[in-house]
Design a protein around this ligand. Structure first.
Ligand SMILES: Cc1cc2nc3c(=O)[nH]c(=O)nc-3n(C[C@H](O)[C@H](O)[C@H](O)COP(=O)(O)OP(=O)(O)OC[C@H]3O[C@@H](n4cnc5c(N)ncnc54)[C@H](O)[C@@H]3O)c2cc1C
Length: 492
């Protein structure tokens, strides 16, 4: 195809996930000419949304963290002077395990009391473990909120990360190579099946790893973050993504939807993006908000997927329900269906509930999400229909334990498999959520974000990893590199 001549911008961003939008919005506010290209028709990627049959649904992410005062997302929105209405949630999540409901309370004292009451047979080591998670999680939280840049690749990473250093930082250094499982054993928090399942299910959601494999540093912050900073945002993460899009446009940037970048070529110290339409865009700097395998494709290299077991796929059951007569419900419920076998599809799932509003007050939407091995869905498509039906029914059963009369209320059922995520969010292999947070993948050993000169990556596959807060930090670091390399001083 003949390509048209290149338009020129300071920064081109490929993808409007949270990492890309953060980098774009901060750069546009700094006065750079910014162009964001998004192949889908809406922003947010895995944290975006969609509408179907008169119902609104979150595409993936539901739980919002990082909007508390000083939180990473709050720092981004504060710097951009964007008002975000959010309400702190206490409890953040309600666990359903056996016939018990266990609310994850925000203060450690309340949580310790709730835990003792729910699991009277749990050894005293579990109380020590929750104290540890709060103390170590607090230190890691403080480090994260200082916006470090890891792994250390350049002097600038040392400078950015040194801001996080406090006397307490020393306490978490020994945890760098350790796992939550080792910490649990050291503290005597072992031997209670249901308590372990609760810890594992929360870690799986936030880090992709169970206690045995999960980095102690990431595990501490993951367990603690739900207590420090879980917020309710009307319209969810997709609303936040849309606010970033508006902010980019207000600062003169462009965000083009249904616009796929087909390839990326170096050109005389800058980059040429070739769009699927054939248009060329020249950019002094590029932020690629796509997984490494997708960037490989853009650079005409053989795509390399993470190794087996290093990343997960997701299965989500989307239900449109009639909420008539339902009382306001707590939005997040972790249902643990089989404590002994969390690796089985649907053994643990997160039920997120969105009540309808205004003229659509009765149109509630419910998302029930669980981890699944992506390759099983993509490599054996012939088995998908039967597998999908079985998992839909299992997740429907889980949600029915949370929402009264669910069977009679369901008006619409759809489900998303790894193939769906591959198609709609362009995640190669249907892998979502970045790398499993094992000690070898985090902090000083996390993947870096500078694959080539003047090309930076943002997203959940580079430091610090999973979740919208993590990707926002990756976007901040990409933005800092862009502005510093153009001789400007970044705002964050
Ligand atoms: C089911 C599920 C539940 C989750 N739950 C939570 C949660 O509760 N809380 C939380 O914080 N996180 C959650 N996450 C994780 C979180 O959503 C992701 O980690 C985060 O949103 C990823 O952001 P990203 O910046 O990596 O971009 P992505 O979300 O991967 O977005 C990348 C964007 O780039 C676009 N794109 C790709 N290639 C091109 C191209 N060539 N040209 C143009 N555009 C392109 C894609 O269409 C996409 O919009 C969940 C994820 C899933 C899947």
């Amino acid at each position: 195809m003949m390509s048209r001549p290149a338009a020129a911008v300071d920064l081109a961003v490929i993808g409007s996930g949270f990492g890309g939008l953060t980098a774009a919005a901060l750069s546009a506010k700094d006065g750079l000419t910014v162009a964001v290209f998004e192949r889908h028709t809406r922003p947010g990627g895995c944290a975006g949304d969609f509408a179907l049959g008169g119902y609104w649904f979150p595409a993936g992410a539901t739980v919002v963290t990082g909007l508390e005062p000083g939180g990473i997302l709050r720092q981004v929105f504060g710097t951009l002077a964007v008002e975000v209405a959010s309400t702190p949630l206490d409890p953040s999540i309600v666990f359903h395990i056996g016939d018990q409901q266990v609310p994850y309370a925000a203060t450690v004292a309340d949580w310790q009391a709730t835990f003792r009451h729910a699991f009277p047979g749990a050894p005293p080591g579990y109380a020590r473990f929750w104290d540890w998670s709060h103390e170590a999680g607090g230190v890691v939280y403080g480090i994260g909120a200082s916006l470090p840049s890891l792994p250390i690749e350049r002097w600038t990473d040392v400078r950015r990360t040194a801001r996080a250093a406090r006397p307490s930082t020393i306490k978490v250094l020994p945890l760098l190579g350790s796992t939550v499982g080792r910490v649990k054993r050291r503290l005597g928090a072992v031997g209670h099946l249901e308590a372990d399942a609760l810890i594992d299910s929360l870690l799986l959601d936030a880090t992709g790893a169970r206690a045995e494999d999960c980095s102690a540093v990431q595990g501490a912050i993951a367990l603690d973050l739900y207590r420090r900073g879980c917020q309710w945002v009307e319209g969810g993460t997709a609303r936040l993504a849309m606010q970033l899009v508006r902010n980019i446009r207000e600062h003169g940037g462009t965000v083009e939807f249904a616009t796929e970048v087909a390839s990326l070529e170096p050109k005389g110290g800058a980059w040429d993006l070739v769009l699927a339409s054939g248009t060329r865009v020249r950019a002094k700097r590029v932020v690629a908000n796509v997984p490494p395998a997708a960037l490989d494709r853009l650079r005409a290299r053989r795509p390399e997927l993470p190794g087996a077991g290093d990343a997960w796929g997701a299965f989500v059951l989307h239900l449109g329900i009639d909420g008539d007569g339902l009382d306001a419900m707590h939005p997040f419920h972790q249902v643990i269906q089989s404590p002994g076998d969390l690796d089985a599809d649907g053994a643990s799932c997160l039920v997120s509930i969105y009540a309808g509003r205004g003229a659509r007050a009765n149109r509630w939407s419910v998302s029930v999400s669980t981890h699944t091995r992506a390759a099983d869905w993509l490599d054996y498509p012939a088995r998908t229909a039967c597998r999908r039906a079985a998992l839909e029914s299992r997740l429907l059963h889980a949600a029915a334990g949370v929402i009264p009369d669910l069977d009679a209320r369901v008006k619409m059922v759809r489900s998303a498999t790894p193939a769906t995520y591959q198609r709609f969010t362009a995640r190669p292999g249907g892998l979502v959520g970045g790398l499993v947070q094992r000690p070898g993948n985090v902090a000083l050993r996390a993947p870096g974000h500078r694959p080539e000169r003047h090309l930076y990556m943002a997203g959940d596959h580079v430091f610090p990893g999973q979740g919208t807060v993590g990707t926002a930090l990756s976007g901040i670091n990409a933005y800092r590199d862009v502005t510093e390399s153009l001789g400007l001083r970044p705002m964050l």
